[in-house]
Design a protein around this ligand. Sequence first.
Ligand SMILES: [Zn+2]
Length: 364
Amino acid sequence: MNSGHPTPSSFRQPEKHDPLGNLVVGADSPAAYQHLLRTHSDDPLRVFIAHMDHPGFHGVRWLNQRVLTIKWHGGSPVKHLNGARVWLADAEGEIGDGVLRRVTLNTLRYGVDTAEVHLATELFSNHRPAADELFGGFKFRKPVWKSGSLLYTKAADDLIGAFCIVATALEAFGKRSAKTSPPFIGLLTRGEEVGFIGAIGHFELGWLQAARRPLICVSLEASRTLPGAIVGQGPVVRLGDRRTLFESGGTQLLTELAEKILPKKYQRRVMDGGTCEGTAATAFGFPTIALTVPLGNYHNQGFEGGPDCRAPQGPAPEFVHLDDVEGQRKLCLALLRAKLPWTDPMKKMRGRLQKNYRDYRSHL
Ligand SMILES: [Zn+2]
């Protein structure tokens, strides 16, 4: 949400938007993107996907100089909301803060539906911006701060994924020789929290379907902690989400890579606390694998509590472990290695099974 306006038919420097306003990293024009997709190669193009939005509100209507009615988009805490602090921004950045009043929950009761934002001060004595130009979310002591190895922030979901894409691009493009392009595209999407609409819009362009080489989509997320997906125990090889299981061969390759790069410092499970853009990519027929960093206080809900948590289950800053973020970054970079066994990812496992067969065959 709120990441700028669409730029029809061309990437705009330096952000490189697609027509939906998603940011494309790793190709500085549509022509360069098409070139990567049309390059004949057995090596799949890795399409890393993370989203830039986070649950929050859009302004709807001014009731008076200090009271704005709002509509919430995406998940949120459902308790201790009246009086909770929020920040307010326009397209240029944060312009003030206020508190929530008269909160109503959505029908499925997984988040706020509507509320009033009561501004802390009268912000606009002369020119008051139109209500629908304003947006915001929960406010804490700072937008981001560190405490030991934990990073607390108003929005780790999915800025951690976006960070990993940008960090991977810097490393991959920093090292390359002038002639070769790494098999990398980063897609930083909009509107994930209302149903992956930025990713879906990108897939609907048909660009990826026109590729003349194999593709592998890599969904990067920060997802709700679950048993076996604990903050600080490493990034998670995400076998699936709440709706879909991901591609088994690619997932096996990713698991073996994790074992090599982060021995005993990675986790592996179906992260069914939510859905991710891996489901959208899978639904459009793209082979997809996924990584995720365990996330404390998912969608600012105080499940785990900690500093600035208003009350149990109430608004709270999200948090992640810096080692988990670093592990995810390393795995992204490792996925770009040449000569990974994408065409036969089960080879090693098949070898182990065949050995077992040979060892026990005489007992048959
Ligand atoms: Zn997310």
